[in-house]
Design a protein around this ligand. Structure first.
Ligand SMILES: Nc1ncnc2c1ncn2[C@@H]1O[C@H](COP(=O)(O)OP(=O)(O)OP(=O)(O)O)[C@@H](O)[C@H]1O
Length: 214
């Protein structure tokens, strides 16, 4: 199933290492533009490493990763890739500096859209608070809102690493609804069945390898 607005993703024989440990062991995967993929699997099976490799946050990578048909050999290609991919990290950090929530939202490139999403996600009132003063769930909602802003600013892919893990039940529903209704390609690492059910395909990772389960 594909919708307009997203970029396709291709992984060709992707291997990721942490030192001598092979965390991703030869992944081949094509994700169509606008498709939504749920990535599940046991702890430590390589899901986070694979998503971080797309963004250049993990660098010990062999094989090829293409986003919208583009590789990542030059600094300019990496800069394009980071704008093309909205990212929700697994453990959002408040950062070392006293960053305000409003500044995080503005860093999406579309502060108005991110602010509006923060309102929908119930954290609009917290925009003037330092991120370090937010609860885990509030911080995760702020990162979700930032990702919505990134999409409004032109990102064509959303990579999300357990974006609902810190949320209460109602928040999980709201977040799943917000994320899966964005007009982009989505790859979401999740252990949340409701989120997986909203996706077009579910892939399972085990010991660095992928298999399709739905
Ligand atoms: N910085 C690191 N240094 C060394 N090994 C690492 C590092 N980060 C991850 N690993 C190892 O790489 C493997 C894959 O880890 P990864 O975080 O990608 O798994 P995951 O599937 O996302 O797990 P989880 O479901 O627990 O979040 C694990 O064996 C982990 O211990």
């Amino acid at each position: 199933m594909s919708r307009s607005g997203g970029l396709d993703l291709h992984f060709r024989d992707v291997v990721c290492r942490h030192g001598r440990l092979e965390a991703v062991a030869g992944v081949d995967l094509s994700v169509g533009a606008g498709e939504r993929i749920a990535l599940t699997g046991t702890n430590g099976s390589g899901k986070t490493t694979l998503l971080r490799a797309v963004l250049g946050l993990h660098r010990q990578v062999d094989g090829q990763i293409l986003v919208g048909g583009r590789g990542s050999r030059t600094a300019a290609e990496w800069a394009w890739r980071r704008r093309a991919c909205a990212w929700i990290p697994q453990r959002p950090a408040a950062g070392r500096f006293p960053l305000l929530a409003r500044e995080l939202l503005a860093s999406s490139g579309a502060p108005a859209a991110a602010g509006e999403a923060a309102g929908r996600l119930g954290v609009g009132e917290l925009a003037d608070r330092p991120l370090s003063s937010l609860s885990g769930g509030q911080l995760q909602r702020m990162h979700l809102a930032r990702a919505v802003g990134c999409v409004a600013a032109g990102a064509g892919v959303l990579l999300a690493d357990e974006p609902t893990a810190a949320l209460d039940f109602e928040g999980q529903e709201e977040a799943a609804e917000v994320l899966t209704s964005l007009p982009v390609t989505v790859v979401v690492v999740t252990h949340d069945r409701a989120m997986a059910a909203r996706c077009d395909r579910t892939l399972e990772m085990a010991a660095g390898r992928l298999r399709e389960v739905r």
